[in-house]
Write a protein that binds this ligand. Structure first.
Ligand SMILES: CC(=O)SCCNC(=O)CCNC(=O)[C@H](O)C(C)(C)COP(=O)(O)OP(=O)(O)OC[C@H]1O[C@@H](n2cnc3c(N)ncnc32)[C@H](O)[C@@H]1OP(=O)(O)O
Length: 127
């Protein structure tokens, strides 16, 4: 799994228990999955269709650095299925895993459109 993004847990990211608010982490992850999909599919019209079980295994505190990792599970016809993990960058402790998120590639009409991709591409190889 490649870890792409780092986030710094700030006071506004906390829940009343003083730990990282789960909704904030999910928003970070959804954005990260969306950006990853846009880059892979070379299309900015993509949506999150489905997320499997979300398993919070530990929490984070103010000042912690979180990193978000993504792996491709499957290239579908219009979809891209991703796996994701958030972990504490310093301790490597897993905070959350989502085994499957299905992102869907859309056409200008907002309907699913075949993306034509079959494997991970690296931007540096496209240039
Ligand atoms: C980044 C964001 O935050 S986006 C905001 C939140 N998301 C949204 O607003 C999306 C709202 N949903 C929608 O607009 C529609 O449901 C759409 C356009 C995504 C899909 O419409 P559908 O009629 O289900 O499309 P369709 O049946 O053709 O399926 C499209 C793909 O999704 C997959 N899919 C559909 N339903 C599911 C499901 N429940 N679970 C997993 N995959 C699914 C299909 O297998 C297909 O993939 P494939 O072409 O690779 O085989």
């Amino acid at each position: 799994m490649r870890f792409h993004t780092r986030k710094w847990v700030k006071p506004e990211d906390l829940n009343p228990n003083g730990t990282l608010f789960g909704g904030r982490l999910l928003a970070w992850i959804d954005e990260e999955l969306a950006l990853y999909t846009i880059i892979q599919l070379e299309n900015s019209r993509i949506v999150t269709k489905y997320m499997s079980e979300i398993n919070f295994t530990s929490s984070a505190r103010q000042g912690d650095i979180i990193e978000i990792g993504i792996d491709v599970i499957q290239f579908g016809n219009t979809s891209l299925v991703l796996k994701c993990e958030a972990r504490n960058m310093m301790t490597r402790e897993t905070i959350l895993t989502i085994d499957k998120t299905t992102m869907v590639n859309l056409g200008p009409d907002g309907k699913p459109k075949a993306h034509g991709k079959t494997e991970i591409e690296y931007v540096k190889n496209r240039l």
